[in-house]
Write a new protein. Structure first.
Length: 101
């Protein structure tokens, strides 16, 4: 969760402040490997919800599904936005595990 103004950003997980540099890098490194499909017929790999101090986007949810050798994220109301490479998905999952464990 983002808490504060642009001058004093603070990210919290279970009410504890966390550093999100690795998470931010992993999210920014997600690149589209293929055009988005129309359905999610793979097994869910990870779901990440960010609660923001933003009236227009108070919550963003990214869900990655296993789909053969490629995974794809869902964001904002479950809309599929792109296929991403498996290595990028694994990197994001590892960063999230590090934050929450």
């Amino acid at each position: 969760m983002y808490d504060g103004s642009s001058k004093a950003q603070k990210w919290l997980y279970q009410n504890q402040e966390v550093k999100i540099n690795d998470l931010q890098d992993a999210l920014e490194n997600l690149t589209s490997a293929e055009s988005p499909g129309k359905k999610t017929d793979g097994q869910q790999g990870i779901s990440l919800s960010l609660h923001l101090d933003n009236e227009d986007f108070p919550e963003i949810t990214i869900t990655l599904f296993r789909h053969g050798g490629i995974q794809y994220p869902e964001t904002v109301n479950g809309k599929i936005v792109a296929y991403i490479s498996r290595s990028e998905a694994v990197e994001l999952m590892e960063v999230v595990r590090t934050l929450v464990l």
